[in-house]
Design a protein around this ligand. Structure first.
Ligand code: HH2
Length: 283
């Protein structure tokens, strides 16, 4: 499957070069309450500065979100999300060539973000709203389709699967095919197992262990394991910022399995982990 794809993904507003393997997406949460960095980049100036810092450290994409989706979180209005993210997207689109993705499942927010200069849609509901699929097709931008069981408010109450790997894969392939039906070209579709979204520790571990079965679908795979709670459960590290080394273990596994993009908070250190892993694989 890999060989059938072009190494460089190009679209009208951006490009991503996968020729040396996996790329990093830097997380920029313009929120007061994200699980890891809540409040840190809520201020416009600090958000832009941190975005540029991640580009300097080697981020190939910046993922900007105005709503926390941590377990137990409640929805934020479209107007408030737009108010949070649009100025930051405008400033970053002006100052860097790195493509900006908008982390939202809200059609109004996605429209405003694309208008402001974002050029990728990261949708944790995998285009549950068909207008999002129409928008992506019309604007010809890449989409990230993530798996989630339930909603952020309730998803960690009692996640249940018979075969988590097969169920997540089948869901993502079904949504990816539906996206193609809306006119989004296959190369622009990324699938994401949704680590921590309606999953127990064991579910997360099985999805990471068998990531190759997602890669084998032929769609490019994105993984967001950075600093998440399951790493804290294993290591005993309560503070998300202390989970960087734990995250590094997931990065090695994902790169080895053939993931295309890793969504991370700690771009600089993760790039080193990725480069060394890639060098070993290429030896
Ligand atoms: N995880 C989070 C948010 N968006 N998008 C994708 N595609 N994949 C993920 O795993 C993913 C995501 C949650 O992490 P974070 O943004 O750091 O926290 P919060 O939701 O609390 O803002």
């Amino acid at each position: 499957m890999e060989s059938m794809r072009e190494a460089v993904l190009q679209w009208s507003k951006g490009q991503l070069d996968f020729s040396s393997g996996c790329l990093l997406m830097g997380i920029l949460n313009v929120t007061p309450d994200s699980f890891s960095d809540g409040g840190q980049f809520f201020d416009f100036g600090r958000a832009v500065e941190h975005g540029l810092e991640m580009v300097n450290e080697g981020a190939a994409i910046l993922d900007i979100g105005g709503e926390s989706t941590r377990p137990g979180s409640l929805p934020v209005s479209s107007a408030e999300q737009i108010h949070r993210v649009v100025p930051v997207i405008e400033a970053l689109a002006e100052r860097t060539d790195v493509p900006v993705s908008i982390d939202t499942h809200d059609i109004e927010v996605a429209r405003a973000a694309l208008h402001a200069g974002a050029s990728i849609i990261n949708d944790i509901t995998a285009l549950a709203d068909h207008r999002m699929a129409e928008l992506a097709a019309q604007e010809q931008v890449p989409v990230i389709l993530m798996h989630m069981q339930g909603t952020p408010a309730t998803m960690q109450v009692e996640p249940l699967y018979t075969d988590v790997v097969a169920e997540v894969r089948d869901f993502l392939v079904e949504r990816a095919k539906r996206a193609e039906g809306f006119g989004i070209v296959r190369e622009r579709i990324f699938i994401d197992p949704g680590i921590g979204f309606g999953k127990t520790l064991q579910h997360n571990l099985l999805l990471l262990k068998h990531l190759d079965s997602l890669v084998a679908t032929g769609y490019r795979v994105l993984v967001g394991s950075s600093r998440k709670a399951f790493i804290g459960k294993i290591t005993g590290r309560e503070k998300p910022a202390d989970r960087v080394f734990g995250t590094a273990a997931t990065v090695v596994m994902c790169v080895a399995a053939g993931a295309s993009i890793l969504r991370v908070h700690d771009v600089g250190p993760t790039l080193d982990v990725m480069k060394v892993t890639q060098a070993i694989l290429n030896a």
